[in-house]
Design a protein around this ligand. Structure first.
Ligand code: FAD
Ligand code: SIN
Length: 527
């Protein structure tokens, strides 16, 4: 079956939905999402979205904080562009119906998070993402030009390769004509043809056993673009959030927002002693890479499974008013955050690298844009500043929409695209072949490619992954496609890029920390 749309959007998070809303008045739009519309990382965002609003804050300070966190790898021009555009994009979110908390005076109630020199995080209680997602879903559902395809799993982008033309690596004339997608409910593969496509499939937290990301975050878009010979970069920079709730059997791990530390929460070891001042003068509000490594270090030194976040000294009314969901969640585990310590551990949270794009969100593949967590824009460099990713998603989706609207009529549909040539006709003999490999991949990444790395661990991870890669490719070639198999394959592709990136980076920078390289100027730790 074949379908044609002017604009094809893969993903229903902030990046995908905001792009769809911007282009829909000018052409037909299809939004594909592999689960329900609201099943996104966006829905899980707690802290909020960073933007300069009032004095004493100013653009220069936000730029400076972003550059410091990025540890020398940000593209300063991009940082300035994003920071300057932020207020306008926030106004659009409000116009679309998002509510941000305000003080009695009507001014935004701004929070502060790690690495920020000012209070500049707009938020909706402690569930900002859910509020943004709600507002955008309401809007896209009302738009007559937008068709929504839930439970459609994008398999691969369609390029000249599918017309039998050999596409070379680093070729500048690769074109994207749409995607092949698995209609999960009807078990058939549909060819979606487009004039332009936006890849907005989010992150890849499920490479790790412990992650704040929901199950959808399996790096599909990055893997698809890599297989199509597009450019992917900065994959070694995986961000671990310092404070997810320690509750070993819960997946995804429940986040304890950094805004709680911005509000005055203090990290302590389980004997009640503060430790962050030993690692950074900003203590509990240092950038995430530093806090996550410090926690990891303390846990290893002491042999503990977690550290504590202490909020007991804070005004109880204010605490529960600002963080009602965290309060309720902890209560279900018998923890009253106004009276008890909160046990926390770092968890895989965000991928800074991804599909390389320019300022207009264009990838090296013609007619293909990328935005949101899937994209590598130059904003985050080696480490993302808290609450800069929702901002990045709306800014790059906006820029991509402006560029796409100027150019989409230049492209025609390629109606000579063949139907998907199914690989195999058999069901995998046993699902355990997939589920066990998935667990093994997560083990490999958690143990060898985590917060602290070494050359031996990286080499070992690559060797192990290669075995699973070959097994999975064989299975893929002969099997009827399932979501689980495709996600596993994508995670392996993306994992390979992370390991390769980590091996090539022969230094310590930002989120990439390898004990085999010198630590001058970095936090020194002994192992
Ligand atoms: P997502 O919102 O993840 O959407 C991805 C979409 O792609 C989903 O609809 C998914 O189903 C779809 N998809 C994936 N693969 C396929 C496929 N093969 N076929 C079809 N569809 C597919 N950032 C901040 O700035 N501030 C915060 O406070 C904040 N808090 C966070 C808290 C948590 C717990 C988490 C997990 C993240 C947080 N982040 C925060 C990060 C931020 O939420 C994400 O980076 C951002 O929302 C990503 O948006 P996105 O649109 O790129 O992707
Ligand atoms: C948080 O609320 O701590 C998450 C913020 C982010 O990931 O940007």
């Amino acid at each position: 079956m074949q379908k044609q749309y002017d604009f094809l959007v893969i993903g229903s998070g902030l990046a995908g939905l905001s792009f769809a809303l911007k282009v829909a008045d000018k052409g037909s739009v299809a939004i594909l999402t592999k689960a329900e519309l609201q099943d996104t990382n966006t829905s899980y965002a707690q802290g909020g979205i960073a933007a300069v609003t009032y004095k004493p804050d100013n653009y220069e300070k936000h730029v400076e904080d972003t550059l410091i966190a990025g540890d020398g790898l940000c593209n300063e021009e991009v940082v300035r562009m994003v920071v300057n555009e932020a207020p306008e994009r926030i106004q659009e979110l409000i116009k679309w119906g998002t509510n941000f908390d305000r003080e009695k005076s009507g001014k935004f109630d701004l929070a502060r998070e790690g690495g920020h020199s000012e209070h500049r995080i707009l938020h909706h209680k402690d569930d900002t993402g859910r509020e943004i997602q709600r507002a955008l879903i309401d809007r896209v559902r009302q738009h007559p030009n937008i068709d929504i395809f839930q439970h459609f799993f994008a398999l691969d982008i369609i390029t000249q390769h599918h017309l039998g033309v050999l596409v070379k690596w680093r070729s500048t004339n690769i074109e994207c004509y749409g995607v092949y997608a698995l209609d999960i409910k009807n078990k058939e593969i549909v060819t979606f043809l487009s004039r332009v496509t936006l890849m907005a499939t989010g992150g890849t937290g499920n490479l790790y056993s412990t992650t704040t990301n929901p199950g959808i975050a399996t790096g599909d878009g990055i893997a698809m673009v890599y297989r199509a010979k597009g450019t992917v970069e900065n994959m070694e920079f995986v961000q671990f959030h310092p404070t997810s709730l320690y509750n070993p059997n819960e997946r995804p791990s429940f986040l304890i927002t950094e805004a709680m530390r911005g509000h005055g929460g203090i990290l302590k070891t389980i004997d009640g002693k503060e430790f962050m001042h030993k690692y950074d003068k900003r203590a509990s509000l240092a950038p995430r890479d530093i806090v996550a490594r410090a926690i990891d270090h303390e846990m290893k030194l002491r042999g503990d499974d977690y550290v504590y976040l202490d909020c007991r000294h804070l005004d109880a009314g204010e605490l529960t008013n600002h963080f009602p969901n965290i309060y309720e969640k902890c209560k279900t585990l018998g923890i009253d955050i106004t009276r008890n310590y909160i046990p926390v551990v770092p968890a895989a949270h965000y991928l800074c690298g991804g599909v390389k794009v320019d300022k207009d969100g264009r990838t090296v593949v013609n007619r293909l844009y990328a935005a949101g967590e899937t994209a590598s824009t130059g904003l985050h460099g080696a480490n993302r500043l808290a609450s800069n990713s929702l901002l990045e998603a709306i800014v790059f989706s906006h820029n991509a929409s402006v560029h796409a609207l100027e150019h989409f009529r230049d492209y025609s549909f390629r109606i000579d695209i063949p139907e998907w040539s199914t690989h195999g006709v058999r069901h995998p003999e046993e699902m355990v072949l997939i589920t066990q490999s998935y667990k093994e991949v997560q083990q490999i990444f958690s143990v060898y490619v985590g917060i602290v790395r070494s050359n031996v661990r990286l080499k070992r991870s690559l060797d192990r992954l290669e075995t699973i890669y070959h097994e999975t490719e064989r299975l893929y070639q002969k099997s009827i496609l399932t979501v689980q198999l495709c996600e596993l394959r994508n995670l392996i592709n993306v994992g390979y890029l992370i390991i390769k990136g980590a091996m090539r980076r022969e230094e310590n920078r930002g989120l990439h920390y390898n004990i085999d390289y010198p630590l001058e100027g970095k936090m020194k730790m002994e192992f």
